[in-house]
Write a protein that binds this ligand. Structure first.
Ligand code: G4P
Length: 526
């Protein structure tokens, strides 16, 4: 059947790393191998470097670029591969977490000099929550990095996942000779090259074959044999199921910038990575091979062109076939919509498409009907689960700087919040607006975008707040009493949900003790 065939063909994965480990470089090389781009340098970084903190143009530029590059589809061998790029900068971690809900597996890039870094740990937590299968690519072997055994131990320890090397490096840095692939039993010799695309292994069935001496010299051959024996002895045999269940991460070594180890990674990836998986809705589990289309929005990108207020919603197709121009049901709004302008994301472009299959990511131009987390179906009331929202950590009050533009400010804030940039809390008292974010950089982005896209000027004043707590209760009377008594600290989020703004940890504890009938939640999902 066409649907089953299309599902089997697709591999949708996210590529994650701490900034600078080589995510952009690896992505680009994967696209080169896939023939999706012709030259290096074609993929622009989706990252916002630290030095860009005060460089608005840079943020603006990267924001524009990040749409084109955040989803890249290409064909490789008989597979259709969709790569979802994620911003590495921690202030944009929310965006990354949401993107991870739309993938079936992950490739994690680790710098062999720096080892497991902070952001990698956080991202891995998200993968573990969903048992997402992970492949590790240890990068920059052309540099003097850390001992491979030490790196593997660190991954196991810090990322709480078992590892299984599928390739093993021969030397490192200046003396890096190549890798031995334990999976296909071949030797790959390293030649630093930014252009070369061929990577042919020398089949070495028996590690004791003297061809090893011939290719890498006596000393390295002896060392490699020892390492292989040790690896085969220490690590259990690789079982694809352990990888698919998220329990074991296969590890590859290479150098992305030198195109080394990338093709091997890609070839193994298409061999073992999972095709589109089933997904949970609040009502039931949806299988990709169900005939009826369904999908959910995991990302919104607004104001692609400031002259037209259009937004692009990124939708992961979960089941069935999406057809352009067909009527689909918007579950939250309980309304039917026809989307005549769906686009697919290719390596460098966007292209109008007529159909899409499970695992595909489609972009839909929208004027404000779609929000993050929204589900589209053929009529079923199914809400996809697990689009995370976050407990904000930094709070600032918005002060309007231009009385003539207060409408623009409100509108801009509303739309940016829908895009998921931050969360807004409207106080019951005094018309105060407070914005809560996970990272400090968001405030600068919001301020900049409000000015550029909406013509509104504002400033942010830091306020002392410990937590925003969404409150609920089964007892309406008690809830009313609570609201009355804490009136000054009650706000509403963008959807009108009740939020108690707690100033300190101790005070929150006291309030919780005094109002046992009230439930306090730290994210808007409960
Ligand atoms: P990111 O997206 O994870 O943030 O990393 P990115 O690919 O931008 O790579 C970060 C830096 O690491 C880049 O250098 C890149 O060239 C370099 N790099 C990537 N792979 C390798 C590798 O295998 N070996 C070595 N030695 N370096 C590698 P940059 O100086 O920051 O930028 P650029 O001017 O080279 O682009």
């Amino acid at each position: 059947m066409e649907l089953t065939k299309q599902i089997e063909k697709r591999r949708t994965f996210g590529i994650i790393s701490h900034p600078d480990a080589g995510k952009t470089t690896l992505t680009e090389k994967l696209l080169l191998f896939g023939g999706a781009i012709q030259s290096a340098g074609a993929v622009k970084s989706n990252k916002i470097k630290d030095h860009a903190r005060s460089d608005w143009m840079e943020i603006e530029k990267q924001r524009g670029i990040s749409v084109a590059t955040s989803v890249m589809g290409f064909n490789y061998k008989d597979k259709k591969i969709n790569i979802l790029d994620t911003p590495g900068h921690q202030d944009f971690a929310e965006d990354t977490y949401r993107t991870l809900t739309a993938v079936d597996s992950v490739i994690m890039v680790i710098d062999c000099v720096k080892g497991v870094e902070k952001q990698t740990e956080k991202l891995m937590e998200v993968c573990r929550m969903r048992n997402t299968p992970v492949i590790c690519f240890i990068n920059k072997l052309d540099r003097e990095g850390r001992d491979p055994y030490e790196l593997l131990d660190e991954i196991e320890e810090k990322l709480s996942i078992k590892v299984r090397p599928l390739s093993w490096p021969i030397g490192m840095g200046k003396s890096f000779k190549g890798v031995y692939n334990l999976f296909d039993k071949s030797l790959y010799l390293f030649e630093p090259s930014k252009k070369k695309l061929e990577e042919t292994g020398i089949a070495i069935e028996n590690i004791h074959d003297s061809i090893l001496e011939e290719k890498i010299g006596d000393l390295d051959a002896a060392g490699l044999r020892e390492d292989i024996e040790l690896v085969e002895g220490v690590y259990p045999e690789f079982a694809v199921d352990d990888y698919l269940s998220g329990n074991v991460a296969p590890v590859f070594f290479g150098s992305a910038v030198n195109n080394f180890g990338v093709k091997e990674l890609l070839d193994t990836f298409i061999n073992i990575a999972p095709p589109p998986k089933s997904r949970e809705t609040e009502q039931r589990i949806v299988q990709p091979d169900e005939n009826k289309f369904s999908g959910f929005v995991f990302k919104i990108h607004a104001n692609m062109d400031p002259r037209h207020r259009n937004r692009i919603a990124f939708i992961r197709v979960c089941s069935g076939k999406f057809e352009r121009g067909k009527n689909y049901h918007h579950v939250r709004l309980e309304k039917n919509f026809r989307f005549s302008n769906a686009t697919a994301f290719l390596a460098q472009d966007r292209e109008t498409i007529d159909e899409a299959w499970p695992g595909d990511i489609i972009g839909i131009y929208d004027t404000g009907n779609l929000k993050i987390g929204d589900a589209l179906t053929e009529g079923e009331k199914a809400n996809y689960k697990g689009i995370p929202s976050f407990s904000p950590e930094i709070f600032k009050e918005v002060i309007n700087q231009d009385a003539m533009k207060s409408k623009q400010l409100s509108k801009g804030l509303d739309q940016l919040m829908e895009e998921g940039v931050a969360q807004i809390f409207n106080y019951e008292m005094g018309n105060r607006k407070v914005v809560g974010t996970v990272g400090a950089l968001q405030f600068e982005v919001i301020q900049h975008r409000l000015k550029n896209e909406y013509g509104a000027t504002c400033r942010f004043v830091p306020i002392n707040l410990f937590k925003a707590c969404w409150v609920s209760s089964n007892d309406k009377k008690k809830l009313d009493e609570f609201i009355k008594s804490k009136y000054r600290h009650i706000a509403h989020d963008k959807d009108g949900k009740l939020v108690f703004m707690a100033e300190t940890k101790a005070w929150l504890q006291m309030v919780q003790d005094n109002f046992p009938e009230i439930n306090f939640h730290f994210t808007s999902e409960y």
